[in-house]
Design a protein around this ligand. Structure first.
Ligand code: ARG
Length: 477
């Protein structure tokens, strides 16, 4: 055979009249990125060989040779001695060729009854199942950090915001538990998409199935898949599971990005609610005083990158007729990068949240600045028989009075509050206001009053923390 043929082309060159240029070889090759699937490719091949031997398609001597050869290949890859060759296009052909070098004809028999089309679909599913399990553990780790910090701050008052304006007092514990809820939904989505990842495409072969007496249930069992996929054409072309994963990953990053935005605001001297440990921040090359929240800023930025991968994969699939097309080779880099971004981000955030330093005095001060208990005052008047709309009007007048006099609502005396509410003008008795009513204007009174499922009262926050710990099997702090 002429040496102008690449090793890959030798596999099918009898059909071809001219060799591939170096550029086209590089353009069509995937080995530089799909070698990351090697361990899963080998797992899949070992299961396939076992099934083939049990079905009598290959001999048990061949199967043993294949396992021995694969064990050596695993060693070579682990030690960095495996020679990855561009000429062999992808991870599958590289491993198969090395196996054949090591064990001869048994290696050439491995590909009986399968195609790279069902092989690669199997590899990605094995890879993604492994990563979904790892990511699920990392999401739990982040929830654990949020819940631990929430626990230490179950009654620490801070402003709750709407429109980024101070709205009503909440506790920091309650605020952090909102994020714990988001990430728990993300965990559920990961677990749900895992069900559809965990099905075996192997056996679909190129597209139509195979003439060999294969046992797909057995291969599924060997690889820990819940069941074989049900249609061979769909098996080799379906990438929904990868898209679904990227959608779930995008939601994780969206939540990370919202949290980042708050950490960045809270760390700015305008808020000064928290400080992040130095190891998550950087300084400025010109301004010596700066300490910048680089990690949350980067995470906010990397969110766009993960959304991009989701859009990329959706677009990759939208024009493809059945069954396998080479387009599918483009699924790997976005998927790998999504996994890597999530793994790093979640790992870092669990540690950063756990190490966040809280500044209670600043949080209280900011809560007092915004008439955060105005709704409590209106509610108290309603409980004394005033219709809510009138109470709303009276309290709005009181807030204007406070603005004019440079005072907070909680700083008014009974008499001042009577005047401020303009009660007689609105047709109500000043008797509605007494000392007891003033107590609803305190931040602690406001918090404690929201004592129902999902409310910010400190004892509800503690119950929510305990319930989250129990649902997720998290230990106490
Ligand atoms: N490297 C290919 C991929 O990632 C493997 C399958 C190739 N199949 C084919 N018919 N060319 O999709």
């Amino acid at each position: 055979m002429s040496n102008q043929w690449s090793k890959k082309q030798e596999a099918w060159s009898a059909r071809f009249n001219e060799p591939m240029s170096e550029l086209v070889k590089r353009y069509t090759a995937s080995v530089f990125f799909d070698k990351r699937l090697a361990e899963f490719d080998i797992q899949g091949s070992l299961a396939h060989a076992t099934m083939l031997a049990e079905a009598g398609v290959i001999s048990s001597a061949d199967q043993e040779a294949i396992s021995k050869g694969m064990a050596q290949i695993q060693q070579e890859i682990a030690n960095g001695n495996f020679q990855w060759q561009l000429d062999l296009e992808d991870v599958h052909l590289n491993i198969e060729r090395r196996l054949t070098e090591l064990v001869g004809d048994a290696g050439k028999r491995l590909h009986t009854g399968r195609s790279r089309n069902d092989q690669v679909a199997t590899d990605i599913r094995l890879f993604l199942r492994h990563e979904v399990d790892r990511i699920s553990g990392l999401i739990k780790g982040l929830i654990q950090s949020l819940v631990d910090v929430a626990d230490r701050n179950a009654d620490l008052v801070m402003p709750g915001f709407t429109h980024l304006q101070v709205a009503q007092p909440v506790t920091l514990g309650h605020h952090l538990l909102a994020y714990a809820e988001m990430f728990e939904r993300d965990l559920e989505r990961m677990q749900d998409c895992r069900k559809r990842i965990n099905r075996l495409p192997l056996g679909a072969a190129a597209l139509a199935g195979t003439t060999f007496p294969i046992n797909r249930n057995r291969t599924a069992e060997l690889l820990g898949f819940s069941e074989p996929t049900r249609n061979s054409l769909d098996s080799v072309s379906d990438r929904d599971f990868a898209i679904e994963f990227c959608a779930a990953a995008s939601l994780v990053m969206m939540h990370i990005s919202r949290l980042s935005e708050e950490l960045i605001l809270w760390m700015s001297p305008r808020y000064a609610f928290i400080d992040l440990p130095d190891r998550f921040c950087t300084g400025s090359s010109i301004m010596p005083q700066k300490k910048n929240p680089d990690v949350p800023e980067l995470a906010r930025g990397k969110t766009g990158r993960v959304y991009g991968h989701l859009t990329g994969l959706l677009t990759l699939m939208k024009g493809q007729p059945l069954a396998y097309n080479k387009d599918n080779q483009e699924d790997k880099e976005p998927l790998f990068d999504t996994v890597d971004t999530l793994v790093d981000t979640l790992t870092i955030f669990a540690e950063m949240v756990a190490g966040m330093k809280v500044k209670p005095a600043r949080m209280r001060e900011a809560t007092l600045e915004g008439y955060a208990t105005a709704t409590d005052l209106a509610d108290a008047l309603v409980k004394k028989g005033m219709p809510f709309r009138d109470a709303h009007e009276a309290v709005a007048r009181a807030v204007r009075y406070c603005d004019d006099h440079g005072k907070g609502l909680e700083a008014l005396t009974v008499q001042q509050l009577q005047t401020a509410l303009h009660l007689t003008e609105l047709g109500y008795s000043d008797d509605l206001v007494n000392e007891a009513l003033l107590s609803v204007l305190t931040l602690e009174g406001s918090l404690a009053a929201r004592n129902h499922i999902g409310g910010t009262a400190p004892n509800q926050v503690r119950l929510a923390i305990a319930a989250t710990r129990q649902r997720l099997g998290l230990g106490a702090a």
